[in-house]
Write a protein that binds this ligand. Structure first.
Ligand code: GLU
Length: 509
């Protein structure tokens, strides 16, 4: 495939939704695969919906995932500016071209007039008034007025919008890499506004002017834009431009597979739908982020890549470079992709397991630090190694491993009732004494000492290990008991055994 130029074109109206991140990822993959260019364009022409901080959030999310754009507002490039609000003059120039060629016209109808007309139509039983070929001649615009009249209004500074003139009765065809042949009736489109009264272009105009000027070869975006594409195709034709290749990505569905994945689903099912935590102080809005919930970016990227695409093989674990290699627009699914967060957790676990303990140590240390415990990198690395196969998200290193830093306060009562024999207390005291004198405090020699003790007292693992485990960690589950003893340390372990025996006696009393 020839090198592509692709773009991710979010509107900075809030935090980047996980579906948007998937769009960015697919664009990135195609760019890297073909030796092409990945552009970030900020579509901020709708000033009413502009949200402070959203652009910075988008860039941080892309950086965190390792899919940094080649051209962007921050990085620049030969096709800038990359923020639509800085391209006003460009759009004005292209709107003029459409006005000159008769493909667009001035419309002077005020909001009040439009509302009044809509109301009047409703009275007549028509609830879907549309500004189009069938109605435009009864509205106030440069097609219904004389040239002189409209010229005079424009020159007098009368507010106006510019509308696209769409001819009725046409079937608009275009091909889409995912959807194959798509067609729409031009009658359904209406004479869309291209430039608003504030002089700023609408999404449609700015989007296609920029895609053309930025020499975008492939438009890869969410399925919700499919209906707009018909309009875009007509705009390309009006300008006499070659449209790019389109690929519309399937919707992300909620975990039930019913309906679009929404912000509310995240709250309802207890998982993030945003890459990073988002806080909107003004609105008092807080949304959880995958990063803060303890996902590794590589795992999130791998998980997202598979929501709507698959390589056609059994392989599920793909690094970013492997995804670049394997990605194929033709293998994108048509049907919606169910957002299965458990699968996401599985991916994260696979990446945790594959990481070295040394690499995880700083992250684990961070997790404990957040919980108020300063631990050494060495201990953090040990905890990483002992727990990574048992957890799915980073904070679980602490929630599952608090006993590495905290004395036990709750014991697994069921096990104790079954396994603790108060008559054996003197024997277990002797075990604590012998461990207190154990010089070489490492898992293997500790194990040797415990085995020797068991043999001398005629006890098996089944009688001794549950007692040790519950005393030092509260639970019978967990990693290797001798590794745990080593990590907890001699003095603390012996103390916990003795405290445990007291608690066990009390339980059985
Ligand atoms: N600004 C649009 C959005 O927010 C871009 C859609 C497109 O990629 O054309 O999704």
């Amino acid at each position: 495939m020839n090198p592509v130029r692709v773009r991710f074109a979010p509107s900075p109206t809030g935090p980047l939704h996980i579906g948007g991140l998937r769009t960015a990822l697919y664009n990135y993959l195609l760019a890297r695969q073909t030796g092409g260019v990945f552009v970030l364009r900020i579509e901020d022409t709708d000033q009413k919906r502009y949200v402070e901080g959203a652009e910075a959030y988008i860039m941080e999310a892309l950086d965190w995932c390792g899919i940094t754009p080649d051209e962007s507002p921050r990085k620049g490039g030969n096709y800038g500016p990359y923020r639509q609000s800085e391209r006003r003059e460009i759009y004005a120039e292209y709107v003029k071209k459409l006005l000159d060629s008769g493909n667009a016209y001035y419309a002077f109808d005020t909001e009040e007039e439009l509302t009044a007309r809509r109301e009047a139509e409703k009275e007549l039983g028509n609830h879907n008034f549309r500004y189009d070929a069938s109605t435009r001649m009864s509205m106030r615009n440069s097609l219904s007025m004389s040239k002189a009249e409209s010229k005079q209004l424009v020159e007098a500074g009368t507010p106006y919008v510019v509308r696209f003139r769409i001819d009725p009765g046409e079937t608009v065809h275009f091909s889409d890499t995912v959807r194959e042949q798509v067609s729409f009736q031009s009658d359904e489109l209406g004479d869309q506004v291209l430039m608003k009264a504030d002089g700023l272009p609408t999404y449609h105009l700015a989007n296609i002017v920029d895609d053309h000027l930025m020499e975008i070869t492939h438009v890869i975006r969410g399925e919700e834009w499919l209906p707009s594409t018909a309009l875009h195709v007509l705009l390309y034709r009006a300008f006499n431009w070659e449209p790019p290749v389109f690929a519309h990505l399937p919707l992300l569905l909620n975990p039930n597979g019913k309906g679009k994945l929404s912000k509310r689903d995240g709250a309802k099912f207890g998982f993030p739908v945003f890459p990073l935590r988002w806080e909107d102080e003004e609105k008092g809005e807080v949304a959880a982020g995958f990063r803060e919930e303890g996902f590794l970016p590589e795992a999130l990227v791998n998980f997202l890549a598979f929501l709507g695409w698959n390589p056609g093989t059994e392989q599920e674990i793909f690094s970013l470079p492997e995804l670049v290699e394997a990605f194929d627009l033709k293998r994108i699914n048509k049907s919606g992709a169910r957002f299965d967060i458990e699968k996401g957790g599985w991916y994260n676990q696979q990446y945790l397991i594959a990481e070295t303990n040394e690499a995880l140590a700083p992250l684990v240390r961070g997790v404990f630090g957040k919980a108020g415990y300063e631990i050494s990198l060495e201990l953090a690395g040990t905890i990483a190694g002992l727990l990574k196969e048992r957890i799915h998200r980073l904070p679980e290193f602490f929630t599952n491993g608090r006993y590495f830093v905290e004395p036990v306060t709750e014991y697994d009562e069921k096990t104790i009732r079954k396994k603790w024999k108060p008559d054996n207390r003197p024997v277990f005291e002797a075990l604590a004494d012998s461990l207190e004198n154990q010089d070489d405090w490492a898992a293997a020699p500790i194990k040797e000492a415990v085995v020797a003790f068991m043999n001398a007292n005629g006890l098996g693992f089944g009688a001794v290990l549950p007692i040790i485990r519950v005393a030092i960690s509260g639970s019978v589950q967990g990693p290797d008991a001798f590794e745990m003893l080593q990590a907890i340390g001699r003095e603390e372990s012996v103390q916990r055994l003795r405290m445990g025996y007291n608690a066990f006696d009390a339980l059985k009393a």
